[in-house]
Design a protein around this ligand. Structure first.
Ligand SMILES: Nc1ncnc2c1ncn2[C@@H]1O[C@H](COP(=O)(O)OP(=O)(O)OP(=O)(O)O)[C@@H](O)[C@H]1O
Length: 419
């Protein structure tokens, strides 16, 4: 297990607790390593990482520091730091041969997350963090302290005579999380306790079943929902299934904003034939059902050298497996793709529009044959997949012709649902 240790109380407490638990169990099939990401965003961060290294050395645990080198963005620094942190933690897990990554998130972090999400319009009881999250389709990130209060972790460390750093950015009221923490401390706001991972997991199971019965994917470009099922979309679980599918079709990581989602649902409730565009996705209501496809606007171009891989439009992972440059874009004539969609049973009007957003790979070198692997992405889940959505994510992956996601090495969804 690779423990992500920032030097703060939560992750130091986690490392110490895990080390003591493994020792007490006498088991030899668990071992620990630790990693500190040095974001190099303020003076002293390297010294803090060094202090974590000393702490780990005292415990006899291998520790590495991963620095964030290079240019830092001026806006959205917290989100960029988070993205980089997980990339570096996964690189460390690869290097050290870890099977999973463990972080020190606590119940206090959970309550802040829930409050922030509900204030962003995701409604009361909006999703909290999962106790296990699959990162980049490769590493499960486990959060064993998610049910514990920070004060208890600190009491444990104090009893063990271990100190910790207080990150000065935790006092910076410029950050939403810091303002939320202060608000919770002052008011003890109750909205933050209505989250329940087990009911979310059950909802995802129902959503998966609805997709299994009613959704089909054509050429990885068009999702169709049977006409008989469109009327059930207002149900909370079916709505989640539909909007997640829209995220896949639109190549979007984040769910639709609450007001946009309401606009989509109102359109479906009217039961009128026609089209509505939201979140880069066309919702095309026909007599035979509802069809979802990417709107043919703002589609990117990508150039890849031999051996290079990248993501095109959030929807496809492309790897150049040839020996020349390849360019990925769209073509003006609809040609073959439109024919394939029609052959798959998609109405010609839908096939015509949807084929305009299909990826088209060409070689930029006349002497080379364009040779690229193109795999559909499940954008809402391919970077972070919360454990409680695993069954729905597997269903969607299957509909797009992909293998199921890898299983957690510690426990599976059933355990999550039984909590
Ligand atoms: N610099 C770091 N190096 C290693 N691990 C870190 C670092 N910063 C945070 N972590 C890990 O992430 C956990 C949560 O930290 P923190 O609350 O600061 O992150 P967050 O950004 O709120 O969470 P998330 O990672 O979900 O976005 C820590 O307990 C620790 O395990």
């Amino acid at each position: 297990m690779l423990v992500a240790v920032s030097g703060g109380s939560d992750s130091k407490g986690l490392l110490l607790a895990l080390s003591q638990a493994i020792e007490a169990s006498g088991k030899t099939d668990f071992s620990l390593a630790a990693c500190t990401v040095d974001h190099a965003l303020r003076a002293g961060s390297a010294a803090e990482a060094e202090a974590v290294a000393c702490f780990c050395a005292r415990l006899g645990i291998t520790h590495i520091v991963k620095p964030w080198d290079g240019e830092k963005p001026t806006a959205g620094i917290q989100a960029a730091a988070r993205e980089k942190r997980y990339q570096l933690l996964a690189a460390a897990a690869d290097e050290l041969g870890a099977t999973c990554i463990v972080t020190g998130h606590t119940l206090d972090d959970q309550r802040e997350t829930i409050l922030m999400r509900s204030e962003r319009g995701q409604g009361p009881g909006a999703a909290g963090m999962a106790a296990d999250v699959l990162y980049d389709r490769r590493f499960w990130v486990l959060r064993p302290f998610l049910g514990l209060r920070r004060a208890d972790v600190r009491a444990f460390l104090a009893a063990e005579g271990v100190g910790w750093f207080d990150d000065p950015s935790n006092a910076n009221m410029h950050f939403e999380r810091v303002r939320t923490r202060k608000h919770l401390a002052e008011t003890g706001a109750e909205a933050a306790t209505t989250w329940d991972a087990a009911s979310r997991a059950r909802s995802s199971v129902k959503a998966a079943e609805w997709l299994r019965l009613h959704a089909r994917v054509h050429e990885n470009l068009v999702v169709s929902i049977a006409e008989t099922a469109v009327g059930t979309c207002a149900d909370i679980d079916c709505r989640r299934a539909l909007l997640t599918m829209a995220g896949v079709v639109g190549g979007r990581t984040h769910p639709l904003a609450a007001d946009t989602a309401e606009r989509v649902m109102a359109f479906l409730e009217r039961s009128e034939l026609g089209r509505l565009t939201a979140g880069r996705v066309v919702f095309d209501r026909r007599g035979t059902g509802l069809y979802l496809y990417r709107e043919a606007r703002d589609l990117p171009f990508l150039t890849l050298g031999p051996g290079e891989a990248s993501i095109w439009d959030g929807r496809f992972a492309v790897r150049n497996v040839g020996n020349g440059l390849v360019k990925v874009g769209v073509r003006d004539d609809r040609g073959l793709q439109q024919q394939r969609l029609i052959a798959a049973g998609v109405p010609p009007g839908v096939a015509r529009r949807a084929s305009l957003s299909a990826p088209h790979v060409v070689s930029t070198d006349d002497n080379c044959v364009a040779n690229a692997d193109v795999e559909p992405r499940i954008c809402p889940y391919d970077t972070f997949l919360p454990g409680f959505d695993l069954i729905m994510a597997d269903m969607i992956a299957g509909l797009f012709g992909r293998q199921p996601y890898v299983r957690s090495p510690v426990h599976d969804l059933l355990t999550e649902m039984e909590r």
